[in-house]
Design a binder for this molecule. Structure first.
Ligand code: GLN
Length: 466
């Protein structure tokens, strides 16, 4: 175990010379190597120890940044200059990033130590981390189970004590669901709060970068650092600076009736019920609400996200990046053979789906309809947030699946995203807070808030975990 819980405690120990940052990084590296079977990392960074040395010096001199010495793992969808960037895809084998993502640059500027790139579902497409050219990631809490996805490597790395925290990305739940499956904390910020520059696009109008951590304080600290307008991402926003810890306020919390109709497992239901009881006991008000278009969220998400993906992934054509089949004779063959060989099954499925819904004959029936549904879902949430401060739900309908269970049943896997995709369709922030029930793997309690209200998500998360 580590001798510290939060980043603040860690700094204090280093200042008092009770903890050596180099030894700390060495400890993480040894854990990663002992538990290699978890397969959380695609690559480790060999300059981590060197950086630990420099940053320890800065801490002692009192010149270090706000994340000094925090050891952070980065999902392999984000660029770090001169390091491999594969998106867990064969098509990017051998590719190295030529610049650093803005969110990661901000971590480096505040003296975080990057330890490596984490495994994930290929291009962020999946909920189990089984769609990876690097093989599946095992859940550190039960190695027969998946860690969730697509940021499965990031969540597993945090849960297994391979690092202090990790950066994930969330297009339809990929930070929150793996956090739920591994008993960690994950937050998907408001769309635009964190720059997407340097994040390989899956579905650009949904993609968000955010942290996974072991406690709310670290989560808040990282989120605060990576937030902000970026000239290099025109969809990023000027946002209020996150103040944390906030003041232990009492909230009106909405309970959507559509969310509890069917499909939840017993342990998830019980976990939510107990949490709600405790919230009421501690002075929060639970209010029944309705989100009438909930039944359409999965369909709208998978139409729009695959449409955007089919367009975003067109750039992997064998000309510009990574893999190129060398047996080609014609231009068509260059495209065909490279993509056939380079992309995995799920990515191909999504490109096909996306191309189909965008094709001239079906555009109106699918893509354009789904855009309209997206607007209706947003209106459901706008209406709800006129009445309540927060919405509570499970993060996922069950605990972590068995490895292999959904591999041949993609639809089943898509349905597991029921509680998470709405926050991406509407752009609102959402957090997953771990809940440990007896005799089962942890579940995630999700809270959603209106745009740019991450502070209250962090506040409620802190209150229920105290
Ligand atoms: N499971 C969802 C999907 O496969 C979400 C993925 C994500 O958030 N990157 O699209």
């Amino acid at each position: 175990m580590l001798p510290y819980k939060t980043h603040t405690e860690k700094i204090r120990l280093i200042q008092k010379a009770q903890l050596s940052l180099i030894e700390n990084v060495e400890f993480f590296l040894s854990q990663i190597s002992v538990h290699k079977d978890i397969n959380a990392f695609n690559f480790l960074f060999d300059d981590a120890i060197d950086r630990a040395n420099k940053i320890e010096q800065k801490i002692k001199e009192g010149t270090s940044g706000k994340l000094a010495g925090m050891v952070i793992a980065v999902k392999d969808l984000l660029s770090v200059k001169d390091k491999p960037l594969t998106c867990s895809s064969k098509i990017l084998r051998g590719f190295e990033a030529i610049y650093t993502a803005t969110s990661i640059e901000k971590l480096i500027d505040e003296d975080a130590i990057l330890i490596g790139k984490t495994n994930c579902d290929e291009f962020g497409m999946g909920s189990t981390n089984e769609n990876s050219a690097f093989g599946p990631v095992l859940n550190p809490l039960d190695k027969l189970k998946v860690p969730g996805g697509s940021s499965g490597g990031s969540a597993a790395a945090v849960a297994a004590n391979f690092c202090d925290a990790a950066i994930g990305t969330d297009t339809g739940g990929s930070i929150r669901q793996p956090a739920a499956f591994t008993g960690t904390f994950g937050i998907k910020p408001t769309y635009g709060r964190v720059s997407r520059y340097g994040l390989t696009a899956y579905a650009s109008s949904f993609d968000c970068v955010g942290p996974i951590a072991k406690n709310v304080l670290d989560l808040a600290l990282i989120l605060k650092i990576i937030s902000g307008k970026d000239e290099l991402d025109s969809t990023s926003s000027e946002s209020n600076e996150i103040q944390f810890p906030s003041q232990n306020k009492k909230y009106k919390i909405g309970l959507p009736k559509e969310y509890f109709k069917e499909g939840l497992t017993e342990e998830v239901k019980t976990g939510i019920e107990i949490t709600i009881e405790n919230l009421e006991k501690t002075g929060h008000e639970i209010i029944d609400i309705s989100l009438p278009h909930s039944d359409y969220t999965i369909a709208a998400y998978y139409i729009l996200a695959t449409a955007e993906a089919s367009s975003n992934l067109a750039r992997f054509d064998g000309v510009r990046y990574g893999l190129r089949n060398e047996k080609i004779r014609t231009f068509d063959e260059l495209y065909n053979l490279t993509k056939t060989e380079g992309f995995g099954k799920e990515v191909k499925r999504r490109i096909m789906l996306g191309t189909y819904v965008l094709s001239s004959g079906y555009y109106d029936a699918y893509y354009s309809k789904a855009q309209k549904v997206r607007r209706l879902i947003k209106e459901d949430f706008d209406n709800a947030f006129r009445e309540v401060d927060l919405i509570i739900s499970p993060t996922a309908p069950s605990t972590a699946y068995k490895i292999g269970d959904t591999v041949n049943d993609p639809l089943q896997m898509y349905l597991g995203d029921i509680y998470t995709v709405s926050a991406n369709l509407t752009g609102i922030p959402a957090i997953s807070v771990p809940y440990q029930s007896e005799n089962s793997l942890p579940i995630g309690i999700q809270f959603m808030a209106s745009h740019f209200n991450e502070e209250i998500l962090l506040d409620i998360a802190q209150q229920i975990t105290e």
